[in-house]
Write a protein that binds this ligand. Structure first.
Ligand code: AR6
Length: 169
């Protein structure tokens, strides 16, 4: 059984086996969670992301997929980078958002990670409505078989925390 927990705060301050990054396809950094992870984690993460671009992901990491690197100076063993979809009103992209959680858990299983911290993928720059993103995140984690013992959603503000808490009830 996977335990799902919620905390409000900064994901870069968390201690976990793996911390998930809401990245973009370039894997070369950005704003939001991505910027914070690279800032606090230091240059080792970017260096490994560059190597991944040069080897496996010449065209970038596709939306909905996930790949792991070292966590640099973060209090974690790995960062799992996943690329959420940009929200669209005209197209249902929820399968891609669900895929981010599933593929991140798969990567965590391959690494042997027991605790994984997730941000609310796609709910910032990519504009996914929080309540809907929370529903997809919680449902997907609940329905994905995994050896991860704790999935911790780390929500930046009260609004995000409340949305996830509502889904967990
Ligand atoms: N800890 C936890 N949550 C955070 C933090 C933090 N330190 N900082 C922001 N959030 P976003 P996206 C919340 O924009 O929507 C980047 O530029 C934030 O309030 O980080 O998937 C990438 O490079 C929001 O609820 O990710 C991509 O280009 C959630 O994390 C693009 O943004 C996600 O916001 C990805 O956009």
């Amino acid at each position: 059984m996977t335990r799902i927990t919620l905390v409000q705060g900064d994901i870069t301050r968390q201690s976990a086996d793996a911390i998930v990054n809401a990245a973009n396809s370039s894997l070369l950094g950005g704003g939001g969670v991505d910027g914070a992870i690279h800032r606090r984690g230091g240059p080792a993460i970017l260096q490994e992301c560059r190597a991944l671009r040069a080897s496996r992901y010449g065209k970038g990491l596709p939306t909905g997929q996930a790949v792991a690197t070292t966590a640099g100076e973060l209090d974690a063993c790995w960062v799992i980078h996943t690329v959420g979809p940009v929200y669209s009103q005209s197209e249902d992209r929820s399968a891609l958002l669900a895929s981010c959680y599933r593929e991140s858990l798969k990567a965590a299983d391959e690494l042997g990670a027991r605790t994984v911290a997730f941000p609310a993928v796609s709910t910032g720059v990519y504009r996914w409505p929080m309540q809907d993103a929370a529903r997809i995140a919680v449902d997907t984690v609940r329905n994905t078989p995994t050896s991860v013992e704790e999935v911790r959603f780390v929500l930046f503000d009260e609004r995000a925390y409340d949305a996830f808490a509502t889904q967990l009830r």
